[in-house]
Ligand binder design. Structure first.
Ligand SMILES: [Zn+2]
Length: 257
């Protein structure tokens, strides 16, 4: 006989708007273990994702506790120069390994990306459209991850005692990474190149641990605690900071799958 909690947690996520301390909040119930609070650009919209079984009062308390953090982020977003869409124009902020750079697209020529003195120089032939510029930048982000991937794999595969067959780096809308244990293949979101290097390391370790344990069960988390004791703080860093400029959908905080 299925237990009632299981039935509830098998439902798809539900969403409603609640007001906590005068802030309108989108509250989403889904199959997760912890409460995640996110503040989204451009206007500081707040979304709370909570496990199905936590009651409203506990969520209210968690939000109240984080009010200073929420207000700080809303304030920062309100004061930030608006970047309404993916324009790839000079002056926009773009992140590389957690550092903010100012985009400059004034150079024309063979496609290339270069960092110099806080500037992200994106060179493209005259008349290159926004999407093509994004493809140039995405390809470069992928190369940045590739460049550090080998040392990371050399470091972690012996520790975990498993080897991967392939690592694919691509843009994903809702996942920071995923693993197919049967194929020993891992996929990493190239957006990780915008985050601090430890975020990439955490996601990679998480996916490698899936070669030992497929499910997010107690054994999985015990292995994570053993291999990377600081993983919870890094996961929170990944989930709490909204994406820098890209327009992502409702699941944009990203999950590590
Ligand atoms: Zn996972």
């Amino acid at each position: 006989m299925p237990n009632p909690d299981q039935q509830i947690s098998n439902q798809r996520s539900t969403s409603r708007i609640v007001s906590i301390s005068g802030i309108g909040i989108e509250l989403i119930r889904k199959r997760i273990k912890h409460i995640h609070i996110s503040v989204y650009p451009p206007d500081g919209r707040v979304r709370v994702a909570a496990p199905q079984r936590i009651d409203d009062e506990a969520i209210r308390l968690a939000v109240v506790q984080r009010l200073p953090w929420i207000r700080k982020h809303q304030e920062r977003l309100r004061n930030a120069p608006r970047q309404p869409e993916r324009q790839m124009l000079s002056g926009e902020s773009h992140f590389v390994w957690g550092e903010r750079y100012r985009l400059d697209v004034s150079r024309t020529g063979r496609p290339s990306v270069e960092l110099k003195g806080g500037i992200l120089w994106l060179t493209a032939p005259e008349g290159t459209d926004v999407e093509s510029r994004y493809r140039i930048l995405d390809r470069w982000y992928g190369e940045q991850i590739e460049a550090v991937l080998s040392p990371l794999l050399e470091k972690w595969q012996p520790v975990i005692g498993e080897r991967v067959e392939s690592v694919t780096i691509r843009r994903m809308k809702t996942r920071w990474g995923s693993c197919t244990p049967t194929k020993r293949s891992i996929r990493l979101n190239l957006e990780l190149a915008t985050r601090t290097p430890r975020c990439l390391e955490y996601v990679l370790v998480h996916e490698l641990v899936h070669l030992l344990e497929r499910s997010h069960n107690a054994r999985f988390y015990a292995l994570m605690d053993r291999f990377l004791p600081t993983w919870r703080a890094i996961r929170d860093e990944l989930n709490q900071a909204p994406l820098s400029h890209a327009v992502w959908g409702p699941s944009s905080t990203g999950e590590v799958d």
